[in-house]
Design a binder for this molecule. Structure first.
Ligand SMILES: NC(=O)c1ccc[n+]([C@@H]2O[C@H](COP(=O)([O-])OP(=O)(O)OC[C@H]3O[C@@H](n4cnc5c(N)ncnc54)[C@H](O)[C@@H]3O)[C@@H](O)[C@H]2O)c1
Length: 253
């Protein structure tokens, strides 16, 4: 498949996990991938890895930025347009998670999680939209099954992802007539540094923990989610607009 030949795609969170796997997948299908992340060294390693991978028929480029700072992302999106002329898809994958008992959520943690996962991601969409309208492009926003229910210890994270799910629907209806399609995807547990490093709150109740473990016990690799990101960002999904796709092995069914 070469669905991204001559297409320019922004992938945020491209230094690690699902973002990195998505950038690799899109570049392996011919795409020019503008890889964004706050971790400069890890981003550089990821981009080199993509460009040196024999499966890559496109190319990857680094853009260091903090998604939680709309001024920084505005500059970086402008740089992507200057460097590559067009924008065909925006994949907002960057995100942060902290598992916390609701009684222990600090205002600082709440604000940072919302700033990155919701506010920053919204302003990425706002900044990219005028460019995406020109190409009748796509937006793919990463939410989570935490937005849908069943997850303890995720008050800020679930709020940020639930908000993003709603924002995505708003964009899909507001810009659908102009050829934009905007969708979200909600994975459950995926094998990445985020899930591997997530610390449970002290004294976490095992009955509640069971609610966020995959019911078949299988934590899937990031590449499984990357294939859905690539599909939603491609012309194969051109008539899919305003939906959230669960990728959870049926966990929330
Ligand atoms: N891993 C899971 O089980 C899982 C499940 C559901 C949803 N998700 C979502 O998938 C997305 C990717 O998560 P992952 O599991 O690959 O995690 P990850 O930690 O491996 O990757 C997240 C990437 O986002 C980057 N990032 C974080 N804050 C940033 C900021 N302010 N500016 C720019 N980049 C920033 C990180 O540096 C990192 O490279 C996240 O939005 C996450 O919420 C993950």
């Amino acid at each position: 498949m070469n669905r991204f030949t001559d297409k320019v795609v922004i992938v945020t969170g491209a230094a690690s996990g699902i973002g990195k796997a998505s950038a690799q997948r899109i570049a392996s299908e011919g795409g020019v991938v503008a890889c964004m992340d706050i971790q400069e060294d890890a981003l550089s390693d990821a981009v080199n890895g993509i460009n040196n991978n024999p499966d890559t028929s496109g190319a990857a480029f680094s853009y260091v930025c903090d998604i939680g700072d709309p001024k920084s992302t505005k500059k970086v999106v402008a740089a992507v347009i200057k460097d590559h002329k067009n924008l065909n898809a925006l994949c907002n994958i960057a995100g942060i998670l902290k598992l916390q008992n609701t009684l222990e959520v600090s205002l600082e943690d709440w604000n940072r999680i919302l700033a990155v996962n919701l506010t920053g991601t919204f302003f990425m969409c706002q900044t990219a939209l005028p460019h995406l309208i020109k190409t009748k492009g796509s937006i793919v926003n990463m939410t989570s099954t935490a937005a849908l229910g069943s997850h303890p210890w995720t008050a800020a994270y679930a709020a940020s992802k639930g908000g993003l799910l709603s924002v995505t629907k708003t964009i899909s209806i507001e810009f659908g007539k102009q050829g934009i399609n905007a969708n979200s995807l909600s994975p459950a547990s995926v094998e990445t540094p985020m899930s591997n490093n997530a610390k449970l709150p002290e004294g976490a109740d095992y009955d509640l923990l069971k609610k966020i473990l995959p019911f078949d016990g299988i934590v899937r690799p990031a590449s499984d989610v990357a294939s859905l990101v690539a599909f939603l960002a491609s012309d194969d999904a051109v008539h899919i607009n305003g939906i959230d796709v669960r990728i959870d092995g049926g966990m929330m069914t």
